[in-house]
Ligand binder design. Structure first.
Ligand code: UDP
Length: 353
């Protein structure tokens, strides 16, 4: 019998990470995967497009749960995931990152004594006002297997007493970038479609609650981007949350090149040829480095501290970029395969451990 992996995803960055791991699972003997899509992100260009482009197998279970407050959404997910776990009886539940889908998947599994593997374990912003930080901390403490992208993540876990089942596998987003860039350079027509010239525009994304929840803060972010757009275009693929917030809070985005969210291949192409990146996204800060493009993070802290200490990133209100160095932490694009190998071992039930 193959080791049965049940993957829980729900949000855009999770589709990208799961695509890499799912591919490795399919190419590794002795593993079988079943997927739950919680429905947290549901717009076609935030969800289906990624399944198509990245060839992710269709999820067996689609919960269609989105909207509502954090407790409401997470609670409904918990209620829906539990019976699926009871019926599927997986050997592992694999969760990604730090969303409500991550928390619901890990909590439902741990309560049923099913071992949890957390991809992107150990990240900390040390800001407990971020919903993502709470989801990470709880998930890490419920997990049996901690699949860490960086040495800093391992140190963060150790400082919370988490030292068992901790592995430095590298960053699955690097695997995803390697996969996408090759394809994107051949197939993406986004630069021509938007009439952009390579290295004559900057790329921005904004979606965090801390930037979209308050009109003053959102205005400040937009003002910063407008200042950066002097002499060049700033392209902003607009997250639905930010589009809604700007309309509701009456914040004008005029002066920026606002486009709908794009697929991963178009994003890789846009990123690769940008002069600079401005973002509050976790994933994009690293991807900027993978494409060797300088980044400014539109937040007051970052989990990806090595991008700052090695000169590829800086905080928008922090000191200037320091001298650049290569970052070795993220691995060589084989993190997903390392994860698949680790999942081949059935873990003892957490109750017995
Ligand atoms: N992304 C994308 N299309 C877009 C905007 C972002 O494919 O229009 C990708 C981006 O390259 C990165 C991921 O989505 O890989 C980041 O997702 P998001 O910013 O939603 O979440 P976070 O990284 O903050 O968890």
């Amino acid at each position: 019998m193959p080791v049965k992996i049940l993957t829980v995803v729900g949000a855009r960055p999770q589709f990208i990470k799961a695509a890499a791991v799912s591919r490795a699972i399919r190419e590794t003997d002795g593993l079988a995967e079943v997927m739950i899509h919680t429905g947290q992100h549901f717009d076609a260009n935030m969800s289906d497009l990624f399944f198509d482009e990245l060839a992710i197998p269709k999820p067996k279970h689609h919960l269609d749960i989105n909207g509502g407050g954090h407790g409401d959404m997470t609670g409904r997910m918990l209620m829906a995931i539990e019976p699926i776990l009871l019926a599927e009886k997986p050997d592992w539940v694999v969760v990604y990152g730090d969303t409500n889908s991550t928390l619901a998947g890990s909590l439902a599994a741990a309560k049923l004594h099913i071992p949890v593997a957390h991809v992107e374990a150990g990240l900390r912003s040390f800001n407990r006002r971020m919903p993502e930080e709470l989801n990470r901390i709880v998930t890490d403490h419920l997990s049996t297997l901690h699949l860490c992208p960086t040495a800093t993540a391992i140190a963060n876990l150790a400082s919370e007493g988490v030292v068992k089942g901790v592995h430095h596998v590298g960053d699955v987003m690097y695997d995803a970038t390697v996969f996408a860039l090759e394809k994107a350079e051949v197939s993406s027509t986004i630069l021509a479609d938007l009439q952009l010239q390579p290295k004559q525009y900057a790329l921005a994304t904004v979606h965090r609650a801390e930037n979209t929840g308050d009109p003053e803060r959102l205005r400040e972010v937009v003002q910063f981007l407008l200042e950066q757009s002097r002499g060049r275009t700033v392209v902003l693929p607009l997250h639905p949350r930010t589009r809604g917030a700007a309309a509701r809070l009456g914040v004008s985005l005029e002066g920026l090149r606002v486009i709908d969210p794009v697929g991963y291949l178009d994003m890789a192409k846009l990123l690769h040829h940008a002069t600079e990146v401005f973002t509050d996204s976790g994933g994009l800060q690293k991807e900027a480095y993978f494409h060797r493009v300088r980044c400014v993070t539109l937040r007051d802290e970052t989990e990806w501290t090595e991008t700052v200490t090695n000169g590829w990133n800086r905080l928008w209100k922090g000191p200037p970029h320091v001298a650049r160095n290569e970052i070795t932490d993220y691995g060589r694009g084989r993190a997903a395969f390392e994860i698949a190998e680790l999942l081949k071992d059935r873990a003892p039930s957490p109750a017995a451990g």
